[in-house]
Design a protein around this ligand. Structure first.
Ligand code: ZN
Length: 247
């Protein structure tokens, strides 16, 4: 999958998406990278009704909304506010507060803001499903929860999160974390890890899955070792620590 995104600083983002018009233009470019095409008759010329973000086909007069069939479909919230929520959700590593988002963007209803974050998160997850891990993969488990609660496997109060991170080498041969996949799980048992490996597409049934399984490195915790052994493969043992590079 080609890398289509571009990193923007807060200032750059503000400059590029100052109002609804700029957002609608950007959205139209994403939907029709080679120019507008009427979904009904295929004609390429249309009038643009900027107030309602509509393309009005010059041939059949069919009107197509820029937001039709996107997560913004039928929204009454200005696109510029949507874009800001997306921006915050994409850059914030800790996770955004819906209430704070609602206040700072002047969104009247809490429910509206909540629905927006929900739709965006779903869209992000759908996009993530299209990516796959490649190259060297570092796999680890991590625990998230209130300060002072007991860390470690089998803890009652912290959430267990399984992490798999693709590592790529730069020209100097130094390893860097690339795409990461994380999953909150009930426990880090052999069954869970086996299920997670399958979800990641690791397994002896396909060549890609076999290569990926061989590429996985972990700190060699027992459940993980058993899960890979069941698949007749062994994980190489390395020290923990890559997850820290992402935080
Ligand atoms: Zn048409």
């Amino acid at each position: 999958m080609p890398k289509k995104y571009k990193e923007r600083s807060l200032i750059e983002f503000q400059k590029e998406f100052p109002d609804d018009e700029a957002c609608a233009k950007h959205l139209a470019e994403q939907r029709w990278p080679d120019g507008f095409v009427c979904p009904r008759c295929g004609h390429k010329e249309a009038w643009y009704l900027s107030e309602r973000h509509l393309f009005d086909c010059k041939m059949c007069r069919f009107q197509t909304s820029v937001t039709a069939e996107t997560i913004f479909h039928g929204t009454r919230t200005p696109l510029v506010k949507w874009y800001w929520v997306i921006y915050h959700m994409a850059i914030d590593k800790v996770g955004v507060s819906v209430a704070e988002m609602q206040r700072s963007l002047n969104i009247t209803q809490y429910r509206t803001a909540w629905l927006m974050t929900h739709k965006i998160r779903k869209a992000m997850a759908d996009r993530d499903a299209g990516y796959s891990l490649a190259g060297l993969v570092e796999m680890d488990e991590s625990f998230f929860g209130p300060k002072g609660t007991k860390p470690g496997r089998g803890s009652e109060r912290k959430s267990t999160v399984l992490c798999a991170i693709s590592l790529y080498r730069d020209r100097q041969g130094k390893e860097h974390p690339g795409f990461a996949h994380m999953q909150v799980v009930d426990n880090a048992s052999t069954d869970t890890i086996e299920w997670y490996l399958e979800r990641l597409g690791c397994g002896p049934t396909t060549k890609e899955g076999h290569d990926l399984l061989k590429a996985i490195r972990t700190d060699g915790w027992r459940s993980y070792g058993r899960a890979t052994k069941r698949k007749a493969l062994y994980a190489r043992t390395v020290a923990k620590g890559y997850i820290l590079m992402l935080t």
